[in-house]
Design a protein around this ligand. Structure first.
Ligand code: SAM
Length: 291
C-alpha cells in the first residue's frame, strides 16, 4: 500500500488538486510514514479509541489514525483541503472532517456528537505551529474528556511546555501545562520529513491529563493571572513583578510583601525558581486578601 505520507503520493495529490501551500496556515505536510507509524504506536491507539486531529492537511497522519482507531474527528480550517480529504480518505468511513478553525470550534459538542461511543479519547496532531500554545491551552481549559495528547510542534515550544523549574525554558506556560497534565518530550523530528521543510526544528510532546490535579485551585483564571504575573520581567523578583501586576494600586508593596510572608515564600525569589506547589501557596495567600 502506498501511503499518503510519501514524497511520490504527496506530489501526486498536490498536482491532481492543484494545491499550493499556505505558509500563513502553517502548512508543512508529513511525507514520512515511519514517523507517523511511531506516533500512532506510542499514542497507543486501538479500535476503542476516538482520535481528535487538528489540521489533517491532505490526510497523511489521518490515514494511519483511521486504520488504527475507532473514529477520527479532524478539524481543518482550509476550505481548499476539504475536497482533497474527501478524495484521499475515501476508503475510510470512520473519519469526520469539520471545516472550522479549531480555536472557534465547540469541541465538547463535537465530541458528544461523534465520539461518545469511544472508550478513550486522544488528541494526535502535527499542529499548525503558529498557534500551538492557544490550541493546547484551549483544549486544557475546556476540561474535555481527553486522556492524552500526542502532538508535534516547534521544538522550542515543546521544551517550554515540558520545562522544570530553574531552567531557561520554564515559565507560565510550563506551569499551566503542569497544572493540567504530565508532560514529556518524546522525540525530535527532522525537518526532512515535511514538505515543504519548516524553518524551525520539531519535537513530539506527550501530555497525559491528570485525573487528579496536583494542586487545588478554585479560580483558575486568577491563579494563572498570578503565575503569568511572576514572569512579567524574567530577571525581576516576584515582589517587583507583583508590584507591576497590581499597578492599579489595589495592593501596595508592603501588603504584597506580607502576603508572600504568609505564603512562606521569599519575595526576593524569581518566578522561574517556583514550583506549581509554590504558586498554589501564593495563590491561597493572595486570594484571602481579595485578588
Ligand atoms: N496533519 C497534516 C500532516 O501532518 O501532514 C498537516 C499538518 S500542517 C503542520 C497543519 C495543518 O493545520 C494544515 O493543514 C493547516 O491548514 C491546518 N490549520 C491551520 N490553522 C488551523 C486552525 N486554526 N484550525 C484548524 N486547522 C488549522
Amino acid at each position: 500500500m502506498k501511503y499518503i505520507a510519501s514524497v511520490g503520493k504527496t506530489k501526486e495529490i498536490l498536482n491532481k488538486h492543484r494545491f499550493s501551500f499556505k505558509k500563513s496556515l502553517g502548512q508543512n505536510f508529513l511525507i514520512d510514514s515511519n514517523v507517523i507509524k511511531e506516533v500512532v504506536y506510542k499514542a497507543d491507539i486501538d479500535k476503542n479509541t476516538g482520535v481528535i486531529e487538528v489540521g489533517p492537511g491532505i490526510g497523511s497522519l489521518t490515514e494511519h489514525l483511521a486504520i488504527h482507531a475507532k473514529k477520527v474527528l479532524a478539524f481543518e480550517i482550509d476550505q481548499r483541503l476539504i475536497p482533497v480529504l474527501d478524495d484521499t480518505l475515501s476508503a475510510y468511513d470512520n473519519v469526520t472532517v469539520i471545516n472550522q478553525d479549531i480555536l472557534e470550534a465547540d469541541v465538547s459538542q463535537y465530541i458528544q456528537e461523534h465520539l461518545s461511543d469511544c472508550d478513550d479519547i486522544v488528541v494526535v496532531a502535527n499542529l499548525p505551529y503558529y498557534i500551538t500554545t492557544p490550541i493546547i491551552l484551549n483544549f486544557l481549559n475546556a476540561n474535555l474528556p481527553i486522556s492524552r495528547y500526542y502532538v508535534m510542534m516547534q521544538k522550542e515550544v515543546g521544551e517550554r511546555i515540558s520545562a522544570k523549574p530553574n531552567t531557561k525554558a520554564y515559565g507560565s506556560l510550563s506551569i499551566a501545562i503542569d497544572y493540567y497534565t504530565e508532560a514529556k518530550t518524546v522525540q525530535n523530528v527532522p525537518k526532512t520529513v515535511f514538505m515543504p521543510p519548516p524553518n524551525v526544528d520539531s519535537i513530539i510532546v506527550e501530555l497525559k491529563t491528570r485525573s487528579e490535579k496536583k494542586v487545588e485551585v478554585d479560580d483558575e483564571e486568577s491563579f494563572f493571572k498570578l503565575t503569568r504575573g511572576a514572569f512579567l520581567h524574567r530577571r525581576k523578583t516576584i515582589l517587583n513583578n507583583y508590584q507591576s501586576l497590581f499597578m492599579d494600586g489595589k495592593k501596595k508593596k508592603d501588603e504584597i510583601r506580607a502576603l508572600f510572608s504568609a505564603a512562606d515564600i521569599e519575595p526576593s525569589r524569581r518566578g522561574e525558581s517556583l514550583s506549581l506547589e509554590d504558586y498554589q501557596k501564593i495563590y491561597h495567600a493572595f486570594k484571602e486578601s481579595d485578588l
